[in-house]
Design a protein around this ligand. Structure first.
Ligand code: C5P
Length: 131
């Protein structure tokens, strides 16, 4: 059976990446991730990403490109990551998170990332530094 996809957004703006601190469940609370969530039936990853960023952060965002790679989560789930651009709104931690932080490339190690998000963040950092 194919693994179900969880999609996360590497939202960047003026050389900084948005990190979100999880408020739940207890085993993930306090650790940082790229905001996102599970695909709903019939949704493309890009559609799910736009919906999740709207629900979790209250912003409109546009997927830009897929970050190469795919990372195993719990049983039956894999994480895929897209870079994304903010179109409108000011991100706030409406759902699942209790703090947000915009990190410059040199600040990416200042938060305690969930391990499965780390390789994606490293790849995004390479792209941010390149641009
Ligand atoms: O947010 P939601 O509960 O829909 O996320 C689904 C699962 O994917 C959760 O187990 C969550 O911890 C995980 N996830 C992750 N990294 C992300 C986004 C979600 O490991 N960047």
């Amino acid at each position: 059976m194919n693994a179900r996809v969880v999609v996360a957004g590497a939202l960047y703006d003026r050389g900084r990446l948005l990190a979100a601190r999880r408020s739940a469940p207890p085993e993930f609370a306090g650790r940082w991730e790229l905001p996102g969530g599970k695909l709903e039936p019939g949704e493309s990853p890009e559609e799910a990403l736009v919906r999740e960023l709207r629900e979790e952060l209250g912003v409109e965002a546009e997927p830009v490109e897929r970050v190469p790679g795919e990372w195993p989560l719990g049983p039956g789930y894999v994480l895929q990551v897209w870079t994304a651009r903010l179109i409108s709104g000011q991100p706030s931690p409406l759902e699942d998170h209790d703090e947000l932080r915009w990190l410059a490339a040199g600040e990416l190690d200042t938060v305690d990332w969930l391990p499965q998000d780390r390789p994606a963040v490293e790849e995004v950092a390479r792209r941010l530094l390149r641009d």
